[in-house]
Design a protein around this ligand. Structure first.
Ligand code: FES
Length: 344
């Protein structure tokens, strides 16, 4: 069975004019800083799924919470912001996501946030502030204006509370000073050259924001000599991806087996279908969220066979070399295909 979780809303906080934080009563919810919950939201006669990141960290905050920002024409965020209130019960899938802080070999972290990309980064920042082995945190946070900035007061307070450990650089695009308006490559390069204290392999970089923003963060991080496995990004912003490759599908049906919770599910997948879409059709309980290769909720380990991933914006080269695949974008190429869900 997919683990569905019922959460009771304890409190709702209006963060900005278009974003709210929902705090849940469920103190014992199992999650890691930086992860997200996928909510099942009624929409007409069906249900839609929307993922929202935690803004809390389990070892720091008593109650778990997510923050939701209104997305233009977004059915999920509109429903949540207009309807959810204290005392309501809501349904989600158990916490997932790989955008988390490793416990080893990290002495310094750099966070790049734009707009609501701050939500998982605040969660990671709280965890890192709590973690004694992390000595320094630098947040670069970019927004339209101070007024539209989510968690501005909270972050200023944290910075005042941890003056030695946390430094924040704000960017507001309505600023008259062009250097303070937009994060740019020169600024980031000079930061990596002059301000990083640790050896580069002990620095971890986390980015969340629009794709062009994360592209800048990634390129400058790698240019600075930080190992690629130390760069982490969370993709929730929908933009057309020019790297989305067209694919000639294999003909015929492929035998697929999924081992999950001690059970084996066998079914067939046509070459032009994803493994997830056929699994859903066959009522096989695989958890999923974005259904477009961005979040890793549907990740399984490939033990045998070959698949083609039409889109992958979350698995690293290391994940791929270990055999992890995203079933929502995995098309069968060579069977039989055997996948396992107990990953670790
Ligand atoms: S469901 Fe998000 S990557 Fe597959």
């Amino acid at each position: 069975m997919i683990e569905h979780v019922q959460l009771c809303i304890r409190e709702v906080i209006q963060e900005t004019s278009d974003s709210k934080t929902f705090i849940f009563e469920n103190k014992d919810l199992n999650y890691q800083a930086g992860q997200f919950l996928t909510f099942l939201i009624p929409s007409g006669i069906s249900t839609i799924r929307r993922a929202y990141s935690f803004c809390t960290a389990p070892q720091v905050d008593e109650y778990p919470a997510v923050t939701v920002k209104r997305v233009a024409n977004g059915a999920g965020s509109r429903y949540i912001l207009e309807n959810w209130k204290p005392g309501d019960w809501v349904q989600c899938i158990k916490a997932s996501g790989k955008f988390t802080l490793s416990k080893e070999n990290v002495s310094e972290i750099v966070l790049f946030a734009a707009g609501s990309g701050i939500v998982p980064l605040l969660s990671i920042m709280k965890q890192a502030l709590h973690d004694q082995s992390i000595k320094k945190i630098h947040l670069f946070y970019s927004n339209r204006s101070a007024n539209s900035t989510i968690f501005r007061k909270k972050i200023l307070k944290l910075e005042a509370h941890y003056p030695e450990k946390l430094k924040v650089t704000w960017f507001f695009s309505d600023s008259f000073n062009i250097r303070e308006g937009r994060i740019n490559a020169d600024f980031v390069d000079s930061y990596f050259t002059n301000k990083i204290l640790s050896q580069k392999d002990l620095v971890h970089v986390f980015a969340c924001g629009p794709e062009s923003f994360m592209y800048l963060a990634e390129v400058r991080t790698l240019y600075a000599g930080v190992p690629s496995e130390n760069y982490h990004q969370e993709v929730f912003f929908r933009e057309d991806n020019p790297n989305h490759k067209p694919h000639a599908f294999k003909e015929g049906n492929f035998d697929v087996e999924i081992e999950k919770d001690g059970k084996t599910y066998s079914f067939q997948v046509p070459g032009d279908r994803t493994i997830l879409s056929q699994a859903i059709k066959n009522n096989i309980p695989i958890a999923w969220s974005c259904s477009s290769g961005r979040c890793s909720t549907c990740m399984l380990k490939l033990l045998e066979g070959k698949v083609y991933l039409s889109r992958n914006e979350t698995l690293t080269d290391k994940d791929l070399s270990k055999g992890f695949v995203l079933t929502c974008t995995a098309y069968p190429e060579e069977g039989p295909i055997i996948l396992k869900s107990d990953l670790f």
